[in-house]
Design a protein around this ligand. Sequence first.
Ligand SMILES: Nc1ncnc2c1ncn2[C@@H]1O[C@H](COP(=O)(O)OP(=O)(O)OP(=O)(O)O)[C@@H](O)[C@H]1O
Length: 365
Amino acid sequence: MAEIVFQSVTRNFAATTAVDGVSFTVPAGAFFALVGPSGCGKTTVLRLIAGLERPDAGTIALGGRAVAGAGRFVEPAQRDLGMVFQSYALWPHMTVAGNIAFGLGLRGLSKAEQRARTHEALTLVGLEGHADRRPHELSGGQRQRVALARSLAMRPALILLDEPLANLDAHLRQAMLAEFRRIHRQAGTTFVFVTHDQNEAMALAGLVAVMDRGRMQQIAPPQELFSRPASAMVARFVGQGRTVPVEVLGADGARLRVRLMGRDLAVPGSAPAGPGWLCLRARDLTLELAPGQPRLAGRVADLRFEGGDYMLSVDLEGAGADLIEVRSAAPVEPGAEVTLALSGGWVLPREALAPMALQPAFEVA
Ligand SMILES: Nc1ncnc2c1ncn2[C@@H]1O[C@H](COP(=O)(O)OP(=O)(O)OP(=O)(O)O)[C@@H](O)[C@H]1O
């Protein structure tokens, strides 16, 4: 198990700053996912951890050992880590057991030790009966598990996974999510996982970092990212939140008082007085009005049938916001005026956060 510490790490490619002064700590044993839109820098962070890239500035430590920065650079092979790529990269002419034992042989382990570790790793990924098959005799999911077993057999402190589920169909992905969670629990190794699919990251990882344009926007457990987004980008990226501009007036008990479309509302959140965003998802709104609940008036712009209900897109006319969404058991025609009750939501500051304000305080889930 290895803790990962990045301090003010920057990596430039010509005019592109792929990673821009990033600082974060991942506790040993965590299942850590890096997510963000294409080009945000997540693969570069993974490659910096692996030692396949060198930082232009800042320092990186793995398991308490400085591996890059300040005149120091530890080669990938000396970092005690394993990598699993979406291509699997298995030797086609070798059996499953041969593929796993190959790296162990290079390390100089005895034949008996190679056999024991290969058996242990195949058991961990649930393929103990497939040791004598060749890669072409396996399904995509099984090949993926062999690639993982090959890394696990080396018993590294850290395993890096680059979009490992990208080549699997949707059904197999679902099954592999559960497998990865189980394998991580049993192996106890730190896992770092890169994906562009936020649902996959949220389903797998105990700790998720959301990146945007080379910067860390937020690092938090999935539930916190969803319910307490630190920036408008996170609010929109995670769970397709909609953001509505509001004026934050101040605290109101445990909530914040905000002004929206001439009304004062009390909503959970964390923001100083001034311009803010109200992040709203369909589950924060209902068409059933209860006494004392904050209300919003709008006009239905569109409806679609989804998951057994109708999803209404509602225009908060005059709010200058995206269309927000609310579920309805019955259809409501476009053009109809509706009043929505607000049962949740989260208020955050309008200003982008300074990267150093994101030093995470979290626990491993
Ligand atoms: N070797 C390189 N040479 C030049 N530019 C690079 C190189 N590697 C990455 N970049 C640039 O750095 C930025 C970040 O790239 P990176 O691959 O880390 O993003 P990503 O978030 O993993 O994207 P994707 O999801 O598309 O793989 C991009 O603008 C990319 O074009």
